[in-house]
Design a protein around this ligand. Structure first.
Ligand SMILES: Nc1ncnc2c1ncn2[C@@H]1O[C@H](COP(=O)(O)OP(=O)(O)OP(=O)(O)O)[C@@H](O)[C@H]1O
Ligand SMILES: [Mg+2]
Length: 246
């Protein structure tokens, strides 16, 4: 992939969020979800976020990843201000340095495993041959060399999530946002996916923000955060008893 000398700015934190707030308008009035969320992620770091269902974890991840906008607060990616920028800027940066992994995989059903992964490269404007090479190397790396031409409907849940991991990594991102990536999988498959996610992000020094209900997975992170009442609480040492029920 061609290196843009201005991007990314290696010295800046991968992500900086300060005082993010978000409410949703509903027929019954305003529903406050985030109420002053601040977070800094350095290169290669692994941060987990837990919280009760409905606490706002997905909302937060969508805002951090530029898929939704906060009502107020500041967001920087690699030292670049994101808040207030247009959709074209967001789409360009998202494609080039961010990877997403969702609970429900979100693969394109009509495309093969290889095409799903390569598509992310094409969206980022990379040459077809280069993205195909990267996509097939990554699918091999996640153990799917024998499934390249399978459609998502012909793959197991764990295999779909492996494709999604490959897709998230194909553009050599600096940050992966993972929203309950093991939520649809059985315990054993979830552990395999988690191990793969950690192995791949570590190998490439990719920062990871993991939203999970699984305490064991959350505790693998160097920083464990809990979203409660619209704010992030740092519970890295896990010694808050309130913490145990989420
Ligand atoms: N577009 C929307 N319009 C109105 N309310 C919304 C919207 N999106 C989310 N909400 C509400 O915001 C709150 C937070 O939702 P969110 O999906 O972020 O929770 P979560 O922490 O990810 O929950 P879960 O663990 O169940 O995935 C919920 O009460 C939800 O109903
Ligand atoms: Mg959610």
């Amino acid at each position: 992939m061609p290196v843009d000398p201005q991007f990314p700015r290696a010295a800046a934190p991968v992500l900086q969020a300060s005082a993010l707030a978000k409410s949703f308008k509903t027929p019954h009035g305003s529903l406050p979800v985030l109420d002053g969320v601040s977070l800094d992620i350095e290169a290669g770091r692994f941060v987990s976020i837990r919280g009760a269902s409905g606490a706002g974890k997905t909302t937060l991840l969508q805002i951090l990843g530029g898929l939704d906008r906060a009502d107020s607060g500041e967001l920087h990616w690699n030292g670049e201000r994101v808040s207030g920028r247009g959709n074209a800027f967001l789409a360009n940066r998202r494609a080039r340095w961010l990877g997403y992994v969702f609970q429900a995989y979100h693969l394109v059903p009509e495309l093969t495993a290889l095409e799903n992964v390569a598509l992310a490269g094409r969206i980022a404007g990379r040459p077809r041959r280069e993205t195909n090479t990267d996509a097939s190397a990554l699918l091999e790396r996640v153990g799917l060399s024998g499934r390249m031409t399978h459609l998502p409907g012909q793959l197991s849940g764990g295999e779909c999530q492996r494709v999604a991991l490959a897709r998230a990594l194909v553009n050599h991102p600096r940050l992966i946002l993972a929203d309950e990536p093991t939520g649809n999988l059985d315990e054993h498959t979830g552990e395999e996916i988690m191990a793969l996610l950690l192995e791949l992000t570590k190998a490439e020094n990719v920062a990871l923000i993991l939203v999970t209900h699984n305490i064991a997975f959350a505790n693998l992170a160097s920083q464990t955060l809990v979203l409660r009442h619209g704010k992030l609480h740092d519970e890295t040492n896990g010694d808050n008893p309130e913490n145990r029920s989420v």
